[in-house]
Design a binder for this molecule. Structure first.
Ligand SMILES: C[S@@+](CC[C@H](N)C(=O)[O-])C[C@H]1O[C@@H](n2cnc3c(N)ncnc32)[C@H](O)[C@@H]1O
Length: 370
């Protein structure tokens, strides 16, 4: 007889047969618990390595003619002014984490480290890593936050000091996402679009459109204390002369009605809670001309959070450190967009882990905004 196409179902003790909650005959391994415990140390191993300049030191070796990219712990310790024994332990941990090569006692960059962990890497996350989890004290106080329903020291009390380094740290990744998004959004085919970028950070979205469309113009908004990041990045990318910087709270700044072809809400909705997020979507709707498009980027949680671990964890990070932030689901966001009157709503993933809803404001004749 032919073998079953689903060998799992020949077993008797599987969830499909015995139902849930499923429990095994034998005790489970403790590996998932250890993975969590070592996650704390892993984060600090990476942060310390970035702080010491491990990846850049290895990259610099590759740059010189005749200098092999690999180094022993002793050689690197000499360069970095560190204890050789301690540095070796750190380098071994990086190798275990898959963030360095280790062959025969020599260490070298692997592709992941070269791309993401060197300052000049093509997709450097070097300045993002230390700030990405938010204030670390909020993680140690997480149980209190869950009891009280709010963190003791929310970043809302001093947003600029948190968001400024975050805007710096996420810029490279978001610029890649925004640039790649053109393959699906085709903003480069627009003649002279006007862009509104709310909570722009370093303005990766506005910059991507301005670089693709020589006649485009942008209004770039962020809070005082953060907006300087966009002032700098727009100069560095040669588009500052087509940008108006409009500092202030995105809920209250003045926005010209029907003045824009593209409105961007890039990673701002999940910190706002449902009310704030829907208000921002309504602001974007009012700002757009008929047939204008909203680009709403975020980490959208799947119907079962386990299906989107990264997004669920980003939601958790918001909960740990903000007053209103939680994960937002894809279904919830799509419903907000439809309720606001948007049509042709679609979800794109321009680069891995980066998701964007693209939603069109209908042409005037069929406009039916509530
Ligand atoms: C996660 S960052 C996203 C930056 C950028 N939009 C992107 O996609 O990379 C969120 C940004 O929203 C800004 N922001 C938060 N609350 C704001 C408010 N009430 N008004 C204006 N900007 C705000 C922060 O300063 C920060 O730069």
């Amino acid at each position: 007889m032919a073998d079953s196409p689903y060998p799992e179902l020949k077993k008797t003790h599987v969830p499909e047969r015995v139902g849930r909650p499923w429990t095994d005959h034998k005790p489970p391994p403790s590996a998932p618990v250890w993975a969590v415990i070592s996650g704390f140390g892993s984060f600090h191993v990476l942060v310390a390595s970035l702080e010491l300049g491990v990846f850049d030191a290895l990259a610099a070796r590759g740059a010189g003619p005749g200098i092999p990219p690999e180094a022993t712990a002793g050689e690197l310790a000499g360069e970095l002014g560190a204890s050789a024994r301690h540095l070796e332990a750190l380098l071994d941990s990086l190798a275990v984490l898959g963030l360095l090569e280790r062959v025969g006692g020599c260490y070298g960059l692997n592709d992941t480290a070269a791309r993401y962990l060197t300052r000049d890497g093509a997709a450097s996350m070097a300045s993002l890593v230390p700030v990405a989890p938010g204030p670390l004290e909020n993680w140690s106080g997480l149980a209190d936050t869950v009891r009280a329903g709010r963190p003791a020291e929310p970043i809302d009390d001093d947003p600029a000091s948190f968001y400024r380094p975050l805007a710096e740290g996420t810029f490279t990744t978001m610029l890649r996402a925004a640039t790649r998004a053109d393959l699906q959004v085709r903003y480069s085919a627009m003649a002279a679009p006007r862009v509104l970028d709310l909570g722009a950070g370093g303005a990766p979205w506005a910059i991507a459109v301005l670089k693709a469309c020589p006649e485009a113009q942008a209004v770039i908004n962020d809070l005082d204390g953060v907006i300087d990041v966009a002032r700098r990045t727009t100069v560095e990318h040669g588009v500052a002369d087509r940008c108006e910087i409009r500092p202030g709270d995105f809920h209250t700044i003045e926005i010209e009605p029907e003045g824009y072809d593209i409105a961007v809400l890039g990673h701002v909705c999940r910190t706002e809670g449902p009310d704030g997020a829907q208000k921002l979507i309504a602001r974007a709707w009012e700002a757009l001309r008929p047939e204008g498009r909203l680009l709403l980027a975020d980490y959208f949680v799947a119907p079962e959070p386990q299906w989107s671990p990264h997004c669920a964890h980003m939601g958790m990070t918001m909960m740990a450190s903000t007053l209103h932030g939680f994960g937002i689901t894809a279904a919830q966001t799509a419903a907000w967009l439809h309720d606001a009157g948007f049509e042709s709503v679609r979800l794109i993933e321009p680069i891995g882990y980066q998701y964007v809803y693209v939603a069109c404001k209908p042409a005037r004749s069929s406009q039916g905004a509530p």
